[in-house]
Every structure is written in structure tokens, then in C-alpha cells.
Design a protein around this ligand. Sequence first.
Ligand SMILES: C[S@@+](CC[C@H](N)C(=O)[O-])C[C@H]1O[C@@H](n2cnc3c(N)ncnc32)[C@H](O)[C@@H]1O
Length: 261
Amino acid sequence: MMKHYPEQTAVHIALVGAGPGPLELLTLRALRRIEAAEVVVYDRLVGAEILAIIPVGAARFDVGKRCGEPSPSQQEINALLLALARTGKRVVRLKGGDPLIFGRGGEEALYLAHHGFRAELVPGITAALGCAASTAIPLTHRGLARSVTLVTGHLQGEESFNGWRTLVGEGQTLVCYMGLEQAGKIEAGLLGAGADGALPVALIVAGCSEHERVIRCRLGGLARAAEALRGATPVLIILGEVVALRDELDQLLTGLESRVA
Ligand SMILES: C[S@@+](CC[C@H](N)C(=O)[O-])C[C@H]1O[C@@H](n2cnc3c(N)ncnc32)[C@H](O)[C@@H]1O
């Protein structure tokens, strides 16, 4: 059935991807929208360097969700965005990574559209791409991986999830967002679906930042590795044969460096 939306207004509200942290990984379009903003509503994962370029006179709303602390609900954020859009000011809704990848950008754009506001969608470098480049893990690689799946590990309310079989398979790289807390279930689910316990895994903490850490393990040891990282944030998990390429790249580069020295 055709959906009927209210007539759309020309007010400017942009849902902008801030990328994985560093200013240099922001797109030019995102930079322009932030520099022109009169109001910025931002999330917890937006990098400090990016928050620093918000114009001094712009109003700021921190709506970041933090574990264990009171934070605005999605309904409250939607209502805030609508109220701000109605002011006619240039509003930027700034989100870590890409607004449409596990960022609820779609929900916010739909909510605004239902109320007659067309939000501009400005892409950002999602954590999977940022972290892969930063840690030298090619997500696809001829002969090793011909597909990449981005999946959320946030299984709340999905205890009966039975799609593990679709996530394992030769030549597949799996990138798991928000997976740390659910690592035990992910390990059990993938092994139960037939994945190899020796599958290489990388857990990337604070990717692309000066605090970046990479912890390597095998699928069979994922829960244990995650337990050792309890409380670390943000963490991205990459699973697949391509993870081993990082070691190969490292070895080759170390060899080169010692020959140059
Ligand atoms: C709510 S999702 C938001 C994803 C974001 N929209 C994106 O496109 O990257 C948050 C999760 O993304 C992952 N993440 C985001 N930035 C990260 C980073 N710099 N390093 C590691 N993981 C990151 C973590 O799994 C984190 O729990």
C-alpha cells in the first residue's frame, strides 16, 4: 500500500556520518555541513577532533547512549530532532561511522519524513572500513574472501536467532558490530552452524585512534578473548581467513624495514 507523507518543507536537517574518529576520515560534505551548522546533535562515538570543529556559536546536544548511565531514548532523540527542524535552523545530526549502518539513521529519517521534513543523508566511513584499513586487514581478497557481511552482535530480544548458517561459509568475511558482550553466543552460534574453530579472528578496540589495539584469536577462543576485554569500548570483531593476511603483511613489512635499517 502507498504511504502518504505530509508535504515536505525545505528546512535543512542533515544526518551526517562522522566516520570512525579522526578528522581526516571525515568526508568533505560532512565537513561542510558541520561548519555551517547552527545546531549539532551528536552521539558518543563522534571523535573529539570532530567535535572540536563545531562552530563556537552552534548549540550542542549530546545524546550519546552510555552503558549504565541514563541517556535519552530513541523516541526522545526523534522528538528533539523534530523540534529542532521546526526552528528552521541548520541542524546537523552527527553520528559515528555511517548514519545508515547500525546508526538508526533510517529510523530518524523516517520519523522526520512522517512529520514533513526531508533529511539530507551524508555518508561516513563505517567502522568496518576504517578499522580494516587501520589494522591492515583486507575485508575481501582474491582467493580468500569474496563477500563481506556486516552484522550486529546485539542479540537482545533475539535469543531465538537462527540465521547463523547464513553467516558461515567459505570465502566470507564477517564483521561484527557491538559483539563484545555477546561473544560467547556468537562463538557458539557460528560453531554450531559448522564454522571452523580455527577461523582467524581480530578484536579491534578503539580502531583508527591512538589507543587502537588489536587482539588476535581463533573462533574457538573468541569468548575467552572477549572476556579479557570486558569493559573496553568500542570494539569491532572481524572473523575470516583475511585476518591472517595482517600477519603476512606485518612480517613482510618488518623484513623490509630491517633490510632498510
Ligand atoms: C551503534 S554502532 C554504530 C556504528 C556506526 N554507525 C558505524 O557506521 O561505524 C557502534 C559499534 O560500532 C563499532 N565501532 C564504531 N566505531 C568503532 C571504532 N573506532 N573502533 C572499533 N569499533 C567501532 C563498535 O562495534 C561499536 O559498538
